[in-house]
Write a protein that binds this ligand. Structure first.
Ligand code: PBG
Length: 328
């Protein structure tokens, strides 16, 4: 051709089989943790308005949902409770017959192998909507830890396989690890929401969980989206305190943080592909503005490529179905 030297990168892109051969990142149903919202009552299956395809489910309908999840090859779920009654201390979070505790027992009755991750937080259960105890509009740190420990222990007692504290109080991993060990749950791992930003991407979840703060915001405990080094400090202290997994949350606007944490630490890294990231795609897809399947696969692949080993995502069922379809 001409004398200029250049590389022919297109050689490795010339056919579907060749592209599959050199593909570096793969999605599998076992990469996903699927979130479920459990409500009180019976025969409740109500779609969350801002999250098409996500439902509030009552316990009696849980088994049918689990049948579907397990058939799709998903190995893990994360449970959120949406109680009718809330109070200042978030009593429902650590009640032995609380929603998540009962749902965990129901899951274990039908599918003992399915991994149950329990989100350990108070905000779905407090009437003020904050993740800890509140005094004079201030969220108390050390006083909240005790309640979080009680919550984690009651979740483990009900059969949860993994405890995932999401409340962002300082010292929660130390406190919960100690509490679990003392209660005989040395074998239960902690999946810490170590790097959790104060994000507008949680909006639809707060509709789903009815957990928006009734005053102020979560900026005194969740992280400032402008910060990168702070993420490393948070991850480091949680590991020192005994975390077995590190969660970075949200995912899509924080791919750089996922990569930083992955490069720095050697525990499994979990990315939470949060509600707002889901709703943006669903809304655009419902309008016919984007190709939902292609854009979702691209997004989740990019989260894995950034360094996530595991992804908590409301798309878990959709993607597992698409993966199945493309394998036949
Ligand atoms: C509880 C919790 C939240 C999410 C997961 N656990 C909400 C929050 O911090 O306000 C958000 C998940 C999502 O947006 O999908 N603290």
């Amino acid at each position: 051709m001409n004398s200029i030297h250049f590389k022919r990168h297109r050689r490795l892109r010339s056919s579907a089989n060749l592209r599959a051969m050199v593909r570096e990142t793969h999605l599998r149903p076992e990469d996903f943790i699927y979130p479920l919202f459990i409500v009180e009552g019976e025969k409740q299956k109500n779609e969350v308005a801002s999250m098409p395809g996500v439902f509030h489910l009552s316990l009696d309908l849980l088994k049918a949902e689990l049948d579907e999840i397990v058939a799709l090859g998903i190995k893990s779920i994360i449970l959120f409770g949406v109680p009718n009654e809330k109070d200042a201390c978030g009593t429902g979070a650590y009640h032995d017959h609380g929603i998540v505790q009962e749902a965990t027992r129901e899951v274990k009755k039908h599918y003992p192998e399915l991994l149950v991750v329990a989100d350990t937080c108070l905000c779905e259960y407090t009437d003020h909507g904050h993740c800890g105890l509140v005094e004079n509009e201030k969220v108390l740190n050390d006083e909240s830890l005790e309640l979080l420990v009680k919550t984690a222990v009651s979740q483990a007692k009900a059969g949860a396989d993994i405890i995932a504290p999401s409340n962002m109080m300082d010292g929660f991993v130390t406190a919960i690890r100690k509490g679990l060990d003392e209660a005989g749950f040395e074998e239960i791992p902690i999946m810490s929401y170590a790097v959790k930003y104060s994000s507008a991407f949680y909006g639809p979840f707060r509709d789903a969980a009815n957990s928006a703060p009734q005053f102020g915001d979560r900026k005194t405990y969740q992280m400032d989206p402008a910060n990168r080094l702070e993420a490393l400090r948070e991850a480091e202290s949680d590991l020192e305190e005994g975390a077995d997994f590190l969660i970075v949350k949200p995912a899509l606007s924080y791919l750089d943080i996922i990569r930083d944490v992955k490069n720095q630490y050697n525990v499994p890294i979990v990315a939470y592909n949060v509600s707002g990231e889901y709703s943006l795609i669903k809304a655009a897809a419902l309008n016919g503005w984007v190709d939902e399947r292609a854009i979702t696969m691209e997004m989740l692949t990019s989260i894995k490529r950034a360094g996530a080993d595991i992804i908590i995502t409301y798309f878990a069922k959709d993607v597992s179905r698409w993966l199945k379809e493309s394998n036949i």
